[in-house]
Design a protein around this ligand. Structure first.
Ligand code: THU
Length: 159
C-alpha cells in the first residue's frame, strides 16, 4: 500500500492587487449578479468569461420552480460561450456572489457539476483556464480549472 497526496495551489489577492484585465473581468462578473433570477435562494451569482478573441461573455444563475431545472451562473455562461463561439478558447473565468445586499467577503467556489463542465471546456481547447473567485476581502486565483477537480474524469480517462 502507498499513500498519495494531491495538493491544490492558489494565490490569494486583494482585488486592488489584480492585473487590470483580471480586475475588468471580475467587474463584469460582479455586474451580472443583478441579472440573476433567484426567487428561491435569493443568492445571486455572476460569471464572466474572457475569450481568446477578446470578447467577454457574462451570465448569471437562473432558477426554476422545479429546483433541479435551474442552472448555476458558471454553466449558463460557459455553455453560452461555447455555443456562440465553438472554436474560441476561454482565457479566464471570474465568479462573484451577492446576497443580503452585499458581495460576500470570501469567495464562493463552483459546485461539482460546474467544475466538471468548466473542465470539459479547458480540456476541449487544450488551454488552461485561470479561475478568479471574487470576495471583497480576498480573491482566489487558481491557474487552471483542473486544480478545482482532483481525480477528475475527462475524455482521456476513457482510453
Ligand atoms: N450557484 C451558482 O450559480 N454558482 C455557484 O458556484 C454556486 C451556486 C447558484 C445555484 C442557485 O441558484 C443558488 O446559487 C443557490 O445554490
Amino acid at each position: 500500500m502507498q499513500k498519495k497526496t494531491i495538493e491544490t495551489h492558489m494565490a490569494v489577492y486583494r482585488f486592488e492587487e489584480l492585473d487590470e484585465d483580471y480586475r475588468m473581468l471580475v467587474e463584469k462578473a460582479k455586474e451580472q449578479v443583478k441579472n440573476s433570477y433567484v426567487p428561491y435562494s435569493h443568492f445571486h451569482v455572476g460569471a464572466a468569461l474572457l475569450l481568446e478573441n477578446g470578447e467577454v461573455v457574462a451570465g448569471s444563475n437562473q432558477e426554476n420552480a422545479a429546483y433541479p431545472s435551474g442552472l448555476c451562473a458558471e454553466r449558463v455562461t460557459v455553455f453560452y460561450a461555447n455555443a456562440r463561439y465553438p472554436d474560441v478558447p476561454v482565457k479566464a473565468i471570474a465568479i462573484a456572489a451577492w446576497t443580503d445586499g452585499h458581495f460576500l467577503a470570501q469567495p464562493i467556489t463552483p459546485c461539482g457539476a460546474c467544475r466538471q463542465v468548466l473542465l470539459e471546456t479547458e480540456t476541449r481547447f487544450g488551454k488552461d483556464i485561470p479561475v478568479l473567485l471574487y470576495g471583497t476581502e480576498s480573491v482566489y486565483v487558481l491557474e487552471r480549472v483542473r486544480d478545482l477537480l482532483p481525480l477528475c474524469f475527462v475524455k482521456d480517462s476513457m482510453q
